[in-house]
Design a protein around this ligand. Structure first.
Ligand SMILES: Nc1ncnc2c1ncn2[C@@H]1O[C@H](COP(=O)(O)OP(=O)(O)OP(=O)(O)O)[C@@H](O)[C@H]1O
Length: 267
């Protein structure tokens, strides 16, 4: 049993994220649905992790709890050694804005703002940074992600793939401890989806970004270095992606696990 105040031994500022024994139950009419049933997960610095599992297994709930968007019934999340449940709502919002980069399936850009303004947003809430500084940083990131010629475009004048790249730039602009992405390719065709996966892998391999990505597609998960499989609100497998020669073998193994044809936890 963990102490209320002391983080687990290996949870410190160099561990981007650690989740311990998360439980989350939702009420649906007269039924209680246990979306998370004791999930523990430790993300090391520079890891690109995919969380995979069938619809309703709790992937999004886990990502939202790890991001501090949803409070768990019990268990705890530490980001860089900071225990999210110890923070007030206001402090948690500020901490999330600075230290956690969020990417969503629907991009969640502000439609009235340009690409540049969307990326600058998280910095504008920060008293210490002048807007010229924020603009330089946002411009540099958009350039880096191949959108140097889209700075003044509003979201509705960009393709889905471009909008997701703007959302990734916005997630990176505060130089967060970790990027949490919920089905980042879910609204894209396969070409744009592959381009986003390739970009995430590049950010991981070239800049050492720590990334957790939820997906229900084995072909998307195969871009990550580590693949965690969930079933019925629990982690049932945790794989190093290198053990699979290709995405098809990963997909096959995944099907065996979720259809119950393999022993739980087996690799
Ligand atoms: N706000 C909510 N209120 C009630 N039930 C919820 C809520 N959010 C999630 N659930 C339930 O919790 C379970 C886990 O949902 P969750 O969205 O985390 O699964 P998922 O694996 O991300 O599914 P999908 O791949 O379909 O998005 C499901 O049974 C879902 O219906």
């Amino acid at each position: 049993m963990l102490s209320e105040t002391t983080p687990p031994e290996e949870t410190n500022q160099s561990t981007p994220l650690r989740a311990d024994e998360l439980v989350k139950t939702f009420r649906q009419g007269s039924n209680l649905v246990k979306a998370l049933n004791g999930v523990s997960l430790s993300i090391q610095k520079g890891e690109f992790t995919a969380i995979m599992g069938p619809s309703g297994c709790g992937k999004s709930t886990l990502l939202h709890v790890m991001a501090g968007l949803t409070r768990p019934d019990s268990g705890a999340v530490w980001v860089e050694g900071e225990k999210l449940s110890s923070l007030s709502d206001a402090k948690l919002t500020d901490f999330r804005r600075r230290r956690i980069g969020l990417v969503f399936q629907q991009f969640n850009l502000v439609t009235a703002l340009t690409a540049l303004e969307n990326v600058m947003l998280p910095l504008m809430a920060e008293g210490g940074r002048g807007s010229a500084d924020a603009q330089d940083r946002a411009r540099h990131l958009l350039d880096r992600l191949g959108l140097g010629d889209r700075l003044g475009h509003r979201p509705d004048a960009m393709s889905g793939g471009e909008q997701q790249r703007v959302a990734i730039a916005r997630a990176l602009v505060t130089d967060p401890a970790i990027i949490l992405a919920d089905e980042p390719t879910g609204s894209l065709d396969s070409g744009n989806g592959n381009a986003i996966c390739s970009l995430l892998r590049e950010l991981n391999q070239e800049e050492g970004r720590s990334i957790v990505m939820v997906t229900h597609e084995p072909a998307v998960a195969a871009w990550a270095g580590r693949v965690v499989v969930m079933k019925d609100g629990a982690v049932c497998s945790d794989w190093n992606a290198d053990q699979f020669p290709d995405a098809q073998s990963l997909a096959l193994r995944y099907q065996e696990i979720v259809s119950g044809q393999a022993a739980m936890g087996a690799v």
